[in-house]
Structure formats: C-alpha cells, structure tokens
Ligand binder design. Structure first.
Ligand SMILES: Nc1ncnc2c1ncn2[C@@H]1O[C@H](COP(=O)(O)OP(=O)(O)OP(=O)(O)O)[C@@H](O)[C@H]1O
Length: 242
C-alpha cells in the first residue's frame, strides 16, 4: 500500500530524513516512535506530500508521489491524515466538517454525504454532537471527529501524527479505542505515537527512528523486550521514566 525507498529530505544543509526505506502492506499497522526531532512527522508528511522530498521514491497504492506533481489531490484522497491539533473548521458544525470533503472532493450528493458522516460519527461514538461546533467539544471528542472526518473520504490508508499528545490524560483512552476499532476493521495504519500500550496491542511492527534514520524495525514484543540498539534502549528508558 505504501512503499518508500531510499527517501532523503533536507532543509538547507540539515538532513531531516536519510535513506528511509519502509513498506507497509495492505491492512498492516505500523507504529513509528523515536525521540523528538527524529523525523517522524516529516516522514509521514512526505507520504501525502505535505512535505516534498529531494531523493528516493514514495508509492501510495501503486502510484508514485513526487514533489510538485500534478494529480496529488487524487492520491491525497486515498490517504487519511489525523494531526495532533485536530484541524477542524471551528465555524462549521461537526456534521458540516465531515460532509464538506466528500461533497467537494468526491462529488458526493448532500444526502449521501450526511448519511456517511452520521455512520462514521456513530462509529466514533459522537453522533449526538453532530449539530454542535468544534469549540463546544472536548479535545478528545474533537479528535474523534477528526478521525471520522478522515474516514468519510474513504481512504485506503490512515496516517496519524501523535493523535493523543495534545489531549488531557482522561481523553486519551477514548481516542485510542476508536483507533483500535479501526485497526480491527482492517485499515492500513501508520501511527506516530508514544503510546506504547497501543503499539503493543495494535502494531504489526514498530519502527524506531533517530536523527532522521530508521534505526530498528521489529514486532512490538521483540522491540519492547529486547531492543537491539543502544539508541532504542535509551529512548525506551527515557519513556518509562516519564
Ligand atoms: N520547515 C522546517 N525547516 C527546517 N527544519 C525543519 C522543518 N521542519 C522540521 N524541521 C526539522 O526536522 C527535524 C525533524 O522534525 P520532525 O518534526 O519530523 O521530528 P519529530 O520526530 O516528528 O519530532 P516531534 O516528536 O518533536 O514531533 C527536526 O530537527 C526539525 O527541527
């Protein structure tokens, strides 16, 4: 579903990503972790070209994505993205936040888009809030809405960039639960997160990044019980200390 090969990205003379190769199969769940500044966000933002890369290749559902390419919108429709800051339109109702994408970008009729939106709002257990505005909802509820909004575009892969790190602790479980349901439904998922419990329960593979490189890739049980590199041991040690 996503094939990344020899990916390099730099900002002026700073190398943000170096020689990244990663293949994520259909239905696979990959958790990316690593210290702050290691390039996790940059990597997933390159997949739908929110960031352009300078070298290497990225393919999504068989199609190569390139910086400045024509037709990137069509590829972005296949790729749902959930950010740390929910990025909902504050002046639009929850329902309108969900229907605008399918109506504008998928040419869906209003009634069909509303039906689809209600289906996903039910899935994230928030359908009773459909007529409210984002600022009237808690952070956790807004993030569940953001997930539902991405799903309304019926993507083939979902990218999550630290979806729970801006949330109050009591809000985190509800969002992770929704993501676990999505995983059980068979969605292909690439998730940047420090929620190691989630990684253990859901990930097929954990990818550990440091200084713009992939340092280790392993199934969660192997990664957490016996990380191979000192860099990963140090990272996990620091995470546990928090
Ligand atoms: N627009 C930019 N210009 C210059 N440097 C940038 C830019 N965006 C990111 N970087 C740098 O690239 C590196 C990787 O950033 P990135 O946000 O991908 O890291 P991260 O692993 O996601 O970190 P965090 O966990 O703190 O979000 C960092 O050193 C960051 O300062």
């Amino acid at each position: 579903m996503v094939e990344i090969s020899g990916l390099c990205k730099w900002y002026d003379d700073f190398s943000a990503l170096y020689d990244i190769s990663l293949t994520v199969a259909e239905g696979e769940k990959v958790v990316i972790c690593g210290p702050s500044g290691s390039g996790k966000s940059t990597l997933i933002r390159c997949i739908n070209q929110l960031e352009g890369h300078q070298q290497g290749s990225i393919r999504v559902a068989g199609q190569e994505v390139r910086p400045g390419m024509k037709g990137i919108e069509a590829i972005r429709r296949e790729v749902g993205m959930v950010f740390q800051s929910f990025n909902l339109f504050p002046h639009m109702t929850i329902l309108d936040n969900l229907t605008i994408g399918p109506i504008r970008n998928r040419g869906m009729g209003r009634a069909a888009a509303r039906a689809l939106a209600m289906e996903y709002l039910n899935k994230v257990r928030i359908s009773e809030q459909a007529d409210k505005y984002p600022p009237q909802l808690s952070g956790g509820q807004q993030q569940r809405v953001a997930i539902a909004r991405a799903l309304c575009m019926q993507p083939r892969v979902m990218l999550f960039d630290e979806p729970t790190s801006a949330l109050d602790p009591e809000m985190i479980a509800g969002v992770l639960e929704v993501m676990e349901t999505l995983a059980r439904d068979g969605m292909t998922m690439i998730v940047v997160t420090h929620e190691m419990g989630f990684a253990r329960r859901v990930a097929d593979r954990v990818v550990f990044m440091d200084e713009g490189e992939i340092v280790e890739t392993a199934p969660p049980e192997a990664f957490f019980s016996a990380p191979r590199t000192n860099r990963a041991k140090l990272f996990l040690g620091q995470l546990l200390a928090h």
